[in-house]
Design a protein around this ligand. Structure first.
Ligand code: F0G
Length: 457
């Protein structure tokens, strides 16, 4: 058998992409203030900015959209989605929402009081933002090895269970309205969490009677890593593994823009009747009636099909294979990445690739702009620009300086990935000549989206 699995689909509808000239790319980047978030999508050739909402739907999903029921209340589409969510996730209640952060908003509105804590392995930035927006305090209790890009581990997303126990004892369980875990851990390199860790974390939360919520965006990819890597799971299907995962929890927040294989969608699921009453009230206020959330009936149907397709083994083998393929090609050029790669992205260690630049010279930003100028490729900086902040007048930088190449689902082929790797190989060959960057404008909040930069001479 070949080492890398070919795409388990053939292409029936195409979306043209084009590479504009290098001079045009330089001009476009300058106009965008040297920030790839400011580019228009038709100025980009291969767009690896995110895997969220950027996937391709299947023929079955498009067909399902045609039978969408747009009734305001009690739509057939809702009941079709409910049947699938009940089967995979098995919580007593759920409400559709327009995307993951809407589920986070409603959960924090219902459950969190100012000054309370929410532990996780690592919160994604919207989760962290929603907790802070309600006056809460997010805590990241991942194993410390997660911060070493070169350490090879099967489940680098695992939470530090001793740290969790100590955290609950220190803060008091009455000050922790719910606890979380993110599968896979996007903020830490897309790393999976093991079933053993999920069980241990669940046991602790249950011991202290703290409701346990899973951020389930990439639940299918995490289930497949468990199948491949954890003893005792080789003969189980991804669906059976997912069912086992969610039995351990009391609820889940979901952005279906990832493993729901839709361009927009999500849900909040939970067991508690009293919380559900309040979730419904909040949903009606902000998203819509409980049988459609913020979505059209046809979107609910596309999601019902997508949630199941994401668990198909040939799809998952191809999906994990794509990330591994890109990682292997980058290693071949001596490009340092977070090891081992997850399923949805490959994270380049920009500080390791451009060691002649200091953190102040923003190596991640320099690499993300070089990737665009050299190849029309768009990735995102996840480093000093995205997470740096001033403390007592001094800049504090996050542990890692990364550029994330996220892979949209079922969109790019292996030859697109070859192109990306080869452009990066060329950048690596002349990396020592690369110039640093300086931020010339930054807004107060979430600054990486709209900041502007200049090249240092
Ligand atoms: N949780 C995780 C782990 C995520 O990766 C995301 C989104 C969300 C929650 C929020 O979901 O965007 O539907 O509101 N991640 C995207 C990304 C944006 O590019 O990684 P959303």
């Amino acid at each position: 058998m070949p080492k890398y699995i070919p795409e388990p689909f053939r292409i029936k509808m195409v979306e043209p992409i084009q590479l504009i000239s290098k001079a045009e790319r330089e001009k476009a980047l300058k106009q965008a203030g040297y920030n790839v978030f400011g580019l228009r999508s038709d100025e980009v050739y291969i767009d690896l900015m995110t895997d969220s909402g950027t996937g391709a739907m299947s023929q079955e999903q498009w067909a399902a959209m045609m039978i969408g029921d747009e009734a305001y209340a009690g739509a057939r589409s809702f009941y079709r989605l409910k049947a699938v969510i009940d089967e995979i996730f098995g919580f007593k209640h759920f409400v559709p929402v327009h995307q993951g952060r809407a589920a986070e908003n409603i959960l924090t509105a219902v459950a969190l009081k100012p000054g309370q804590f929410v532990p996780s392995n690592m919160h994604f930035d919207t989760t962290e933002g929603n907790i802070r927006a309600r006056g809460g305090i997010p805590a990241n209790l991942i194993n410390q090895t997660a911060y070493d890009p070169q350490v090879m581990m099967d489940f680098k997303g695992d939470m530090d269970v001793d740290a969790l126990r100590a955290f609950i004892e220190e803060k008091g369980k009455e000050n922790i309205p719910f606890g979380m875990i993110t599968i896979t851990n996007n903020a830490g390199g897309g790393q999976p969490v093991s079933m053993a860790n999920l069980k241990a974390v669940s046991k602790i939360y249950r011991h202290y009677e703290i409701p346990f919520f899973i951020d389930a965006c990439r639940y299918a990819e995490n289930a497949y890593f468990i199948k491949l890597r954890e003893p005792g799971y080789a003969d189980k299907t991804p669906l059976q593994i997912a069912q086992e995962i969610f039995k351990l929890a009391d609820g889940a927040t979901m952005s279906a823009k990832k493993d729901g294989l839709v361009n927009m969608g999500g849900f909040l699921a939970l067991n508690d009747d009293e919380w559900f009453e309040r979730v419904r009230a909040e949903l009606i206020l902000r998203e819509g009636f409980p049988t459609y959330g913020g979505l059209s009936g046809r979107d609910l149907d596309a999601q019902a099909v997508g949630l199941k397709e994401a668990l198909e083994e040939d799809y998952l083998a191809y999906r994990l294979g794509q990330a591994e393929y890109l990682a292997a090609r980058l290693r071949g050029f001596g490009i340092p990445i977070i090891e081992p790669p997850g399923a949805h992205a490959v994270y380049i260690d920009a500080a390791g690739m451009l060691p002649h630049l200091s953190r102040e010279q923003l190596p991640g930003q320099a690499l993300s702009t070089a990737l665009y100028v050299e190849g029309g490729i768009r990735g995102v900086e996840i480093g000093a620009v995205a997470f740096g902040h001033k403390e007592n007048g001094k800049w504090q930088y996050p542990a890692l300086e990364l550029v994330r190449l996220a892979i949209p689902r079922r969109v790019y082929t292996q030859s697109h990935l070859d192109y990306v790797a080869e452009v990066l190989g060329e950048i690596k060959a002349k990396a020592s000549n690369m110039k640093g960057m300086r931020m010339t404008y930054a807004p107060e909040l979430l600054r990486h989206f709209t900041a502007k930069f200049e090249v240092l001479n």
